[in-house]
Ligand binder design. Structure first.
Ligand code: XLS
Ligand code: CA
Ligand code: CA
Length: 438
């Protein structure tokens, strides 16, 4: 079989002093950290859309990527991509992958033809999964690229499009079942609005909830037990997206009785587009019992759009892994690289280098976060910070023994109030020590 990656051999762990660009410096799949192997904590996934179908085009120029499978077209190209994807996962020893329906097979002229194309490629993927042991972390339906979704999919004003979207998700639930997907993702790029002047927001949200209930019912009917995930993003391509961030999405799920059905797939770059840090979004999902999976990437502080860069920022990966360890792991979720090599990194080797960079950054984040937790660094600081609630009037509040009258009489005689420093800068320098020394 021809190599799409210039016969690069399997990437091995060589340790932090290795100068081999094709080796892992921190990711050692079977090394045990905080009671589990790195592989069990991280469950890395390949994003088919960036790795296999991304072209490197931008609004100002054509694609730049040199990809062996681009010498084919149509179904031949789709088949070549499957071979290439499994070769890349083999080189990286990547246990999982994720795709949209339209990444793996081209659309036909009719929905019937499109589904037939899918069936052919799904069978090929299934064979490759069997022989390689690689697994499907999640699949999803692309309901944003085709012009039919101009007004949205499950939030469209056009009932015909709503029906089409339902048919598309129905098929993907069947595909997920066929391939043993561990999760199913909904990302609503066009589920939002451009202007309120022509939008009935309540109507659209009610319809979106109806759609999710129908998806849940159908999954149950066919015995597809994957975890359902919603991926928040505030904007792009829509001006305002309904799944704006974790808090907004959780409120929506609770309002419509869907909070027991869904968890969240949190993407780093979507968090920053929403004006939050990645760890904020993970934290909000975690404290609500809804942290399901992550799309690992990073944005650019100087650019206001979704750049989907490979994650290399150790502060971010450390604080993300801190949330994930505190969550007890990601359950059936994983760390999916929803990241693309830059337009100028167009050689096939760049796909290998960039995944190594991302995997090492998360492995390192895991090591540092585990040590921070083992030493209870932040736990002790936080415990101490709220210690006024452990005794006296604070303990009364927690025990439900206080009311406005008792609090007033306490406040009247408690003069002056004394506050303590939050010590942010000192805490950050301790974090630096851990990142550098662990
Ligand atoms: C786009 C999203 C998308 C989802 C899956 O910004 O990240 O790729 O992860 O539809
Ligand atoms: Ca994503
Ligand atoms: Ca993104």
């Amino acid at each position: 079989m021809a190599s799409y990656f210039n016969n690069i051999s399997k990437v091995a762990f060589e340790g932090r002093t290795s100068s081999n660009p094709l080796a892992y410096k921190f990711y050692d799949a079977n090394a045990v950290v905080a009671g589990k192997t790195m592989n069990e904590w991280l469950r890395f996934g390949l994003a088919y859309w960036h790795a296999m179908t991304g072209t490197g085009s931008d609004p100002f120029g054509a694609g730049t990527m040199q990809r062996g499978w681009d010498r084919y077209s149509g179904m031949d190209q789709a088949k070549a991509r499957v071979e290439a994807a499994f070769e890349l996962m083999d080189i990286l020893d990547m246990p999982y992958f994720c795709f949209h329906d339209r990444d793996i097979a081209p659309e036909g002229d009719t929905l019937q033809e499109t589904n037939k194309n899918l069936d052919v490629i799904v069978a090929l993927i299934k064979e490759n999964m069997k022989s390689s042991g690689r697994k499907l972390l999640w699949n999803t339906a692309n309901m944003f690229s085709n012009p039919r979704f101009v007004h949205g999919a499950a939030t469209t004003c056009n009932a015909d499009v709503y029906a089409y979207a339902a048919a598309q998700v129905k098929k993907q639930l069947e595909v997920g079942l066929e391939l043993g997907a561990e999760n199913y993702v909904f990302w609503g790029g066009r589920e939002g609005y451009e202007t309120l002047l022509n939008t009935d927001m309540k109507f659209e949200l009610d319809n979106l909830a109806r759609f999710f209930h129908m998806a849940k019912d159908y999954a149950k009917e066919i015995g597809f037990n994957a975890q359902f995930l919603i991926e928040p993003k505030p904007k792009e391509p829509s001006k305002h997206q309904y799944d704006f961030d974790s808090a907004t999405t959780i409120a929506f799920l609770k309002t419509y009785g869907l909070d027991q059905v869904f968890k969240l797939n949190i993407e780093a770059n979507h968090a920053t587009l929403a004006g939050h840090t990645f760890e904020h979004e993970l934290h909000v999902a975690r404290i609500n019992g809804m942290l399901g999976s992550i799309d690992a990437n990073q944005g650019d502080e100087l650019l206001g759009w979704d750049t989907d860069e490979f994650p290399t920022n150790l502060y971010s990966t450390t604080l993300a892994m801190y949330e994930i360890i505190k969550n007890g792991g990601l359950g059936s979720g994983g760390v999916n690289f929803d990241a693309k090599t830059r337009r100028a990194s167009f050689e096939p080797e760049d796909l290998v280098y960039s995944h190594i960079a991302g995997m090492d950054s998360f492995a390192r984040g895991l090591q540092v976060a585990a040590k921070l937790l083992e030493d209870r660094v932040l736990e002790n600081i936080i415990d101490d910070r709220y210690s006024s609630f452990k005794s006296g009037i604070g303990a009364d509040v927690l025990a439900g023994k206080a009311n406005f009258k008792s609090l007033e009489s306490y406040a009247m005689q408690n003069n002056p109030i004394v506050n303590k420093s939050g010590r942010q800068e000192q805490i950050k320098s301790v974090l630096n020590q851990y990142i550098m020394n662990v």
